[in-house]
Design a protein around this ligand. Sequence first.
Ligand SMILES: [Zn+2]
Length: 98
Amino acid sequence: MKPEKIELVDKTSLRLLWNDGKSSVFTLMNLRKFCPCATCEQERGEWSDTYIPLFMKSQITIREIRPVGSYAINLVWEDGHNTGIYEYAKLLLQKAWE
Ligand SMILES: [Zn+2]
């Protein structure tokens, strides 16, 4: 499946309308918190159980959404972070991003 439409909803979430008519809504905070890039994955590995990450507004604001081939989107955040590739297959399954 791939999205036919990707839109920002009220600046805090992203909605993907899939080509089968279904839609998914993801929270920008969670998309950033669980950014799939290697750097963020490593950072998360270093969090302790009691650590609560805080994000600046620029880190949870999307500047640009770029399609990657026909399988993913690349989110560019307002703070310049642009290495997260969100695969459609994972977006369809990944509850952490909702
Ligand atoms: Zn990242």
